[in-house]
Design a protein around this ligand. Structure first.
Ligand code: SRM
Ligand code: SF4
Length: 573
């Protein structure tokens, strides 16, 4: 039997000398705005992706010009905690080297878009001077560790956040390449002198993602990640964590062997065991993940193919002890909670809605200037949320009136005036920067929400939370398959509509209609929303109703996502 060949990226990693490749030479080549193909893959481990402005493609092709290349720079922020000085530093970089916007992402990081090659090194060096970094923000390694961000919601938050930071540190690559290339650190001449004790020379088969939730909030969407920890708290004391493995959203259009999958809860560990458990889950995936097909290389497929029992047995072998059985837990929502709250120490926290996570100034809404003015006087910190929002955290009673004086003229604190539908919306970046986008998302969802707001208003549902998420392709960057309404780009101006996701992110949705034209979305959704308003049971959520009323069948798990996928039958409804 012939063995399947390894994917090209495996060879690249192996021969990259721990992620150096020829990045330094590529950066110095002023004849093009692009990097060599192989280095583009390695750059991801350093936290940056080569992109081009897709709005300009056709015109530049006509003019015989190179594409308008630039780089996305992703800044790691474990648990989403940022000081005001760090906010100001990122804000400055957005002006100096980026496209004038800050993007708050669905994994609690910052992204700068539009950084040109000749500014890349200065940008990454400046990020490091602000005590942040970009290493492992992307690439086949553990990415930014997410953590429930609201300090006021739980007395154990600081302890849990400390673990998120510990996990992040433990799983950061050890290669000195990052320091050498971006920070002019000393070169390591002998490869003997450096090693990757956890990852080895070929790192992981694919990206790896960790999140920590503190119930009842599932704002980090624990079921969407390779590995999650769900805090178990009793009488204000952190007892430990339930562990969930094998979640993920991404799938490739038309490839039935790829699918979104919910992470499975497999056991319980103490706070002292968290880092060991995470390391061993990473090692199982390092050793058994599919290194031949990158579309099939996430932990979710390792578990789906080999079975949960196999995974548990292997994990226990690596750990050298057995996990305790999982403890009861309950989630009530995967959304953020908006507005001011006071904690038991008398400090205040303000959770703001940031449409699409995009911080920019428009004449009507100078959000970026407002947040800059706040950062200049704020003495607490900021928290980036998993829903692309922002918490202005730890505001003292003395400072609150001053902050409010700044917020109100900028119109920033008016979340309560927005519909619950908008407040529960998420969208990925998509066009014009994302090279994988098949349709608009960030630039289109706000307008669609305005249309749908007329529907929810007319149905008396303005204050009822319905979760709605849009992505420009099925990779699922805004976790659309965990929303009650998921809109997933299929082609320019066309979307697949998914319904029936769980309100707390506990159930995957199912395909309701395929390749729907943008202008047909509202006419399709309006009668269902109207039906829900009239026929829902007390307390029944929209996603649950869509299943009870027969609009879609419930998805049980992973591969079942594609079952009953009969567009003809659905279209005949
Ligand atoms: Fe993502 C690829 C943006 C969260 C699944 N994602 C991309 C790239 C880098 C496109 C590319 O590979 O060329 C996008 C860059 C667009 C741009 O111009 O900025 C991109 N992903 C994003 C962000 C910025 C979306 C946002 O609007 O917030 C999020 C950044 C997260 C971060 O800070 O690290 C983002 N991506 C996610 C999530 C959500 C999460 O992690 O909670 C997912 C689904 C969860 C998962 O991983 O399964 C996600 N992104 C993907 C995938 C599909 C992976 C898969 O297993 O199939 C890709 C494509 C790939 O890796 O090949 C992708
Ligand atoms: Fe790009 Fe697709 Fe991710 Fe949206 S979901 S940012 S279109 S890769």
């Amino acid at each position: 039997m012939t063995e399947k060949p390894l994917s090209a990226n495996e060879g690249l990693k192996l021969h990259s000398n721990y992620l150096r490749g020829t990045i330094a030479a590529g950066l110095a080549d002023a004849s093009t705005g692009a990097m060599p193909e192989a280095d583009q893959q390695l750059l991801k481990f350093h936290g940056t992706y080569q992109q081009d402005d897709r709005d300009q493609r056709a015109e530049r092709r006509k003019q015989g010009m190179e594409k308008a290349y630039s780089f996305l720079v992703r800044i790691r922020v474990p648990g989403g905690v940022v000081t005001p000085a760090q906010w100001l530093a990122v804000d400055r970089l957005a002006t100096d080297f980026g496209n004038g916007t800050l993007k708050l992402t669905t994994r609690q990081t910052f992204q700068l878009h539009g950084v040109i090659k000749s500014d890349l090194k200065r940008t990454i060096a400046a990020i490091n001077r602000a005590a942040m970094d970009t290493i492992a923000a992307c690439g086949d390694v553990n990415r930014n560790v997410m953590c429930h961000p609201n300090p006021h919601l739980s007395a154990v938050h600081a302890e849990v956040l400390g673990l998120a930071q510990g996990l992040s540190d433990h799983l950061t690559p050890r290669s000195r390449a990052y320091h050498e290339i971006w920070l002019d650190g000393e070169s390591v001449h002998s490869s003997e002198a450096e090693a990757e004790p956890i990852y080895g020379k070929t790192y992981l088969p694919r990206k790896f993602k960790i999140a920590i939730a503190i119930p009842p909030s599932n704002d980090v969407d624990v079921f969407a990640h390779d590995l999650s920890f769900i805090a178990v708290v009793e009488a204000g004391k952190l007892l430990g964590f339930n562990i969930a493995v094998g979640g993920g959203m991404g799938m490739s259009q038309g490839v039935a062997t790829t699918f979104p999958r919910l992470a499975e809860v497999i056991g319980f560990c103490t706070p002292g065991q968290v880092i060991d458990v995470a390391e061993k889950v990473v090692l199982v995936q390092r050793d058994y993940g599919d290194r031949c097909d990158r579309r099939h290389a996430r932990l979710k497929y390792t578990i789906e193919d080999r079975g949960s029992a196999w995974f548990m047995a292997e994990l226990h072998k690596y750990l050298g002890y057995a996990l305790e059985p999982a403890r009861p837990y309950h989630f009530d929502s995967n959304a953020d909670r908006y507005g001011w709250v006071e904690d038991d120490r008398g400090n205040y926290h303000l959770n703001l809605f940031i449409q699409g996570g995009r911080v920019l100034d428009t004449p009507a809404y100078p959000l970026r200037s407002g947040l800059r003015a706040i950062a200049e006087i704020h003495q607490g910190d900021f928290r980036l949320t998993a829903n692309q929002n922002l918490v202005i955290a730890n505001v003292t009673p003395a400072l609150r009136p001053q902050l409010e004086k700044l917020l109100d003229p900028f119109g920033i604190s008016d979340s309560h005036l927005k519909s619950a539908l908008r407040l529960n919306s998420l969208t990925c970046v998509a066009l014009p920067t994302c090279g994988l986008a098949l349709a608009e998302a960030e630039r289109y969802l706000p307008a669609l929400l305005t249309e749908l707001e007329e529907t929810v208003e007319a149905s008396g549902l303005r204050h009822d939370a319905l979760t709605i998420r849009m992505t420009g392709c099925p990779n699922g960057c805004a976790r659309p398959f965990l929303a009650e309404i998921g809109l997933v780009g299929r082609a320019p101006g066309r979307y697949n509509i998914y319904l029936g996701g769980g309100f707390a992110g506990q159930r995957l949705s199912k395909l309701y209609r395929e390749s729907v034209r943008a202008e047909a979305i509202r006419p399709l959704l309006a009668p269902i929303i109207g039906h829900y308003a009239k026929a829902r049971n007390a307390g029944e959520r929209f996603g649950d109703f869509c299943i009870r009323a027969g609009y879609v069948a419930a998805t049980q798990q992973g591969a079942d996502f594609h079952q009953n996928l009969q567009p003809e039958a659905l279209n005949a409804r």
